[in-house]
Ligand binder design. Structure first.
Ligand code: AMP
Length: 283
């Protein structure tokens, strides 16, 4: 495993790989790697000759009141995990390497960056779109892999790639879950044992919504009300949003006629968790 910290060194490495006709996959992460990250990395290995995993806790995607300083970090462990996966490069730039003095450009994906998480996380998707654009230009991958857990992020990036003509294939990887259904997340480490149990209400409530749709319910408000009721049974949980929306535009749906996205954000104690599921109506 080669650890690269400089933008210029990263670009040079990629240039050599491209010149030699090798296909490069990029898996962007904020580190504190877990099984879901490793699933994305293995997916990348199948799709390319070389895999670059970027590890960068991007200050620009955290709002001022969020957990940037507290976000879990363990470089040594991450490095060991990637070594075991036989990964070629870990790109690990410092914040001032990515955002040197004078930096002032922002990428904003207007509509997609307005729904779901956006009102609750001001500036988040601009921060994501900006750092991902930079990573794409620095690493110049042929393919990049993102998790469907961050469904809105994935849609923002798909749009960004189309709108700015990045010649990169974007792959969405299905949500990786613990055996009891909790979506794996670096932030799960914040949960106390009691909160960890309470956090099951996210996946359980999505299953409730899914069951209703399987039985023929199509009204958005009826479904989201039932999902909310399921979460509100859990005293440690407080709902930030629950939305049933078009899976491409993310616009709220009153009625579902084709596969739609049920997405939610819930606080368990102080920890903010997200989850989602695609619901397919009958026939
Ligand atoms: P993060 O380090 O949280 O920014 O995540 C890096 C990448 O891993 C993003 O594309 C996430 O969507 C993806 N990811 C994180 N957790 C999961 C999960 N449980 N299932 C699938 N992808 C995930």
């Amino acid at each position: 495993l080669q650890v690269i910290e400089r933008v210029q060194d990263m670009s040079r490495w990629s240039e050599v790989q491209r010149r030699d006709g090798r296909r490069i996959a990029l898996v962007p992460t904020m580190g504190f790697l877990h099984e879901a990250h490793l699933c994305l990395v293995r997916d990348g290995k199948k799709r390319a000759d070389r895999v670059v995993v970027s590890l960068f806790v991007n200050p620009k995607q955290f709002a001022p009141n969020e957990d940037f300083a507290a976000y879990p970090r363990d470089f040594g462990r991450d490095r060991g995990l990637l070594e075991r996966e036989n990964i070629d490069v870990m790109f690990h730039p410092a914040a001032d390497e990515m955002y040197p003095a004078g930096f002032q450009t922002q990428i904003s994906v207007d509509k997609l960056g307005c729904f779901l998480c956006a009102p609750h996380r001001p500036g988040h998707f601009q921060g994501v779109a900006t750092v991902i654009s930079k990573l794409f230009n620095i690493v110049r991958p042929h393919v990049a892999i993102f998790g469907e857990k961050d469904y809105q992020q994935l849609q923002v990036i798909r749009r960004l790639v189309r709108d700015l003509n990045f010649d990169i294939e974007i792959v969405g990887h299905p949500i990786v879950r613990e055996t009891d259904g909790l979506a794996i997340s670096s932030r799960n480490i914040y949960l106390s044992p009691e909160e960890r149990q309470a956090a099951l209400c996210l996946s359980k409530s999505l299953s409730r919504g899914e069951c209703m749709v399987r039985r023929g319910e199509t009204r958005g408000d009826v479904i989201t009300t039932a999902v909310r009721a399921e979460i509100e049974k859990e005293p440690l949980a407080s709902v930030e949003y629950i939305t049933l929306c078009d899976s491409a535009t993310l616009e709220t749906l009153e009625e579902i006629r084709e596969a739609a996205l049920l997405a939610l954000a819930v606080r368990i104690g102080k920890t903010r968790l997200i989850d989602n599921r695609i619901l397919k109506p009958l026939g």
